[in-house]
Design a protein. Structure first.
Length: 138
């Protein structure tokens, strides 16, 4: 991080060069391509990390990376629609997990009981429709 010349803290919106960054990449047809991410508001952003440890903690130890300074990262990603560079992002969503849920068992409306495992829940084919029609008609 750049050293401040005066004793005042910069405003959060002030930009100054972050120095060489570890930039996550993915394999591409002509070598590697920088990975672009989305901000919480949905804007595209390039991401760089100040250490391999922070990159691995956020994206996993198997994530390939290259070294670029912030100006080079901006030059590469701005034509792709990433107007910002996020350095050392702290907040990331956990990887989605797939939960196996049992399929819901349909029950005839108005019966007040659960069907048995081997019982056909619609023995006459569509009891729920007849029940709702009789309610509306009569």
């Amino acid at each position: 991080m750049a050293e401040l010349l005066c004793g005042d803290d910069p405003e959060p919106s002030d930009r100054f060069p972050a120095g060489p960054l570890y930039v996550p990449v993915r394999p591409g047809p002509f070598g590697c391509a920088t990975r672009l991410f989305r901000t919480p508001l949905g804007d595209r952003t390039a991401v760089g990390f100040t250490s391999v440890r922070q990159l691995a903690a956020t994206l996993g130890s198997g994530q390939p990376w290259i070294r670029l300074d912030e100006a080079a990262l901006r030059a590469v990603t701005e034509p792709l629609g990433a107007a910002t560079v996020t350095v050392d992002p702290q907040l990331t969503a956990p990887a989605p997990t797939r939960e196996e849920r049992p399929a819901p068992v349909p029950t005839p409306r108005g019966s007040g009981r659960e069907p048995e495992d081997d019982e056909d829940p619609w023995p006459n084919g569509g009891g729920h429709c007849r029940a709702s029609l009789s309610f509306r008609l009569g």
